[in-house]
Design a binder for this molecule. Structure first.
Ligand SMILES: [Fe+2]
Length: 161
């Protein structure tokens, strides 16, 4: 198996072994859009619903996605590029910043507190920026540093959900 060009511009020249993660990114962008929509208004019911839906997405999908990147992808980059590669540090920093914002959201959901539209917009924007970073910096670094056979072993671990 080798390199294959994907049809969409977004996934242009993305190595197929990373498709499971790019697929997750697509799902996350849909969720971010949902946060934007609710955040554009100040209807508290809409904000609460969008917040709860996103909190579910975090628990069911996004948390595991972050964990897979941290436990499967970043160690490969550490091994084949450098243990102190900027992409590793940046990805970890962005993951914790986003997890912190979601922690804030979960705290508000756990108590009868109002949800600020700005928090939802902040989460959406951080997530979008982070995905853009991974697709344009982290994944290309993985594709160029990690040997082909290791990429496919990585893919098997990513697909084992
Ligand atoms: Fe990601």
């Amino acid at each position: 198996m080798g390199w294959e060009e994907a049809g969409s511009t977004e996934n242009m020249r993305r190595h197929q072994s990373l498709y499971p993660l790019s697929h997750d990114h697509h799902q996350a962008l849909v969720q971010a859009l949902n946060l934007d929509k609710a955040g554009a208004g100040d209807d508290q019911t809409g904000l609460q619903e969008a917040a709860a839906q996103f909190a579910d997405f975090w628990r069911s999908d996004l948390q595991r996605h972050f964990a897979q990147e941290e436990q499967i992808v970043l160690p490969l980059l550490a091994m084949y590029k450098a243990a102190d590669a900027a992409e590793i540090r940046d990805t970890l920093e962005q993951h914790s910043a986003i997890a912190r914002l979601i922690g804030e959201l979960n705290e508000k959901l756990a108590r009868p507190e109002t949800i600020a539209a700005s928090l939802l917009i902040n989460i959406a924007e951080s997530l979008r920026r982070h995905i853009r970073y991974e697709e344009s910096e982290l994944f290309p670094a993985v594709e160029t540093s990690v040997p082909e056979e290791e990429l496919w072993l990585m893919n098997m671990r990513l697909s084992d959900r």
